[in-house]
Design a binder for this molecule. Structure first.
Ligand code: ZN
Length: 68
């Protein structure tokens, strides 16, 4: 193969690995890790202190409960 093929195969392998790492990070994310599951922003420490198992920030939790 020429160097172009090699480069594109390498890029593809990297992309697959990146996707895998991302997918794993999503699956392995434990409940209450301090990151909102809806908006991916850090949950305020005060909220976590009051509710250690919180998996969403207050606005997202409110919206999520409304949707149900
Ligand atoms: Zn949120």
């Amino acid at each position: 193969m020429d160097s172009g093929d090699w480069a594109s195969q390498l890029a593809e392998a990297d992309r697959e690995r990146a996707v895998e790492v991302w997918r794993k990070s999503q699956l392995d994310r434990p409940a209450g890790d301090g990151i909102c599951q809806s908006c991916d922003r850090p949950i305020p420490a005060a909220r976590l202190a009051a509710l250690p198992t919180a998996t969403r920030c207050a606005p997202c939790q409110a919206g999520w409960e409304e949707e149900r």
